[in-house]
Ligand binder design. Structure first.
Ligand code: DOR
Ligand code: ZN
Length: 428
């Protein structure tokens, strides 16, 4: 592999606090050096001129659905990771609600095999219970040894108190976090959007915010009983659940959470007249919850921005609202939305926005050598123009599916180059 020299860009590496003009040398798939301009000889290296651009660690998405094995008509590991590369992501953590469910070391290994054609690094997240049935724990040590970085039944909650407690204990022993899809499904049966007056007007059944916050509160009580336990709340969407995480953290618990771009950028109003591209789970919420997500991001309670990239085929989304599947794609719009809403509109520091997309998610799931440009770490880099405005076109997406509520949106900050383990995987 040829050396790659990314020259003269503004290097922002939140992990080390670096924000300065640097040349970055990638060699043998790793970061070899980051030095002031002109110090590294170009010699044999391929050179990318990054003057005027930001050079950051490749982005880390701890929540994506890549649909393989079993649902390659929605997405494959190859197409999903191509979308990731176009969005600046170089590490993606793949959820286990595949067909079959990823509850075995064999599937964990299959997902990471070179034959899958991944453009960027895939970290599998394995099922917390067999078949994600919520009854019998999977073998956490074996899954970890095969490469799984967490356990979850995402798409569904781990509902029973006893099984959740068992999961937290077994995961703590294996050194893995338990990721909870916090939805008390005893309170959301038949619901297809957020509970409230809008659901009433649209004639749809709505999920109360307490279906999320109640399960988070239950999980935090259980976490208290587990020495060394780590609970991570997936796609947190309500002010009440956020408050519970904030309080638990103050009390010293290892409780972390992620928020999606759609939950900080949109409200339930985006559903309009039953647009299924605005249907996902958890649903878009009221404006007060959206504001709380931004607040939690600004005050540091939120640990990561994660997309919940959930591709579905057009024929599945083109149904009555309550029959259409939950989920939207997100890998190619996440950075643009984060920069537009958090950096431009709310004045957040660029390095703080990038921390939520690099060092903090990498730390949350302990992805060693990811989300940083420290010498010796993976040669994962994104180069983007932070001030460029651009229009996202779903039809041009690398994802196999086009189910996004952001088609035609003007976003901030366009990706110019993505490098995964020293190889260029996207260039524009
Ligand atoms: O919107 C969602 N889509 N929420 C989930 O929990 C599952 C996911 C999917 O797999 O499509
Ligand atoms: Zn999910």
């Amino acid at each position: 592999m040829r050396d790659l020299l990314i020259r003269g860009g503004r290097v922002v590496d939140p992990a080390s606090g670096l924000d300065a003009v640097r040349d970055v040398l990638l060699r043998d798939g790793k970061v070899a050096a980051a030095e002031p301009p002109g110090k590294i000889p170009a010699a044999e290296a391929e050179v990318f001129e990054a003057a005027g651009l930001v050079v950051a660690p490749g982005l880390v998405d701890i929540h994506v659905h890549l649909r393989e094995p079993g649902q390659g008509y929605k997405e494959t590991i190859a197409t999903g990771t191509a979308a990731a590369a176009a969005g600046g992501f170089t590490s993606v953590c793949a959820m286990p609600n595949t067909t079959p469910v990823n509850d075995s070391p064999e599937i964990v290994r299959w997902m990471q095999a070179p034959e899958r054609g991944a453009a960027v690094r895939v970290f599998p997240i394995a099922a917390a219970t067999r078949g994600s049935g919520g009854e019998v724990l999977t073998d956490y040590r074996a899954l970890r040894d095969a490469g799984a970085v967490a356990v979850t039944d995402d798409g569904k909650p781990i509902l029973g108190d006893a099984i959740m407690l068992e999961a937290l204990k077994a995961a703590a022993k294996a050194g893995l976090p338990v990721i909870q899809h916090a939805e008390d499904t005893r309170r959301t049966g038949g619901c297809s959007m957020n509970g409230g007056t809008l659901a009433f007007r649209l004639g749809l059944r709505g999920m109360p915010v307490e279906a999320e916050s109640g399960l988070v509160e239950r999980d935090l009580l259980l976490l208290k009983k587990v020495k060394g336990g780590h609970l991570h709340v997936a796609h947190l969407s309500t002010a009440k659940a956020l408050e519970a995480v904030r309080a638990a953290r103050k009390a010293g618990l290892r409780a972390t959470c992620e928020v999606t771009p759609h939950h900080f950028a949109l409200t339930e109003e985006r559903i309009g007249l039953y647009d299924t591209n605005a249907k996902m789970n958890p649903p878009l919420r009221a404006q007060s919850d959206q504001a709380a997500m931004v607040e939690g991001i600004l005050d540091g309670t939120v640990d990561a921005i994660a997309t919940d990239h959930a591709p579905h085929a057009a024929h599945e989304k083109e149904q009555e609202f309550d029959r259409a599947p939950n989920g939207i794609t997100g890998l190619e719009t996440a950075l643009g939305l984060a920069l537009d809403v958090l950096y431009r509109q709310h004045g957040m520091k660029l390095s703080d926005v990038l921390a939520l997309l690099t060092s903090r998610p990498a730390h949350t799931l302990e992805l060693k050598g990811r989300g940083t440009l420290a010498p010796g770490s993976a040669g994962d880099v994104v180069v983007f123009d932070p001030e460029a405005r651009w229009v996202f076109r779903a039809a041009e997406s690398r994802s196999k599916s086009k189910n996004t509520p952001f088609d035609g949106w003007e976003l901030q900050g366009s990706v110019r180059l993505t490098v995964s383990e020293g190889r260029i995987v996207y260039r524009r």
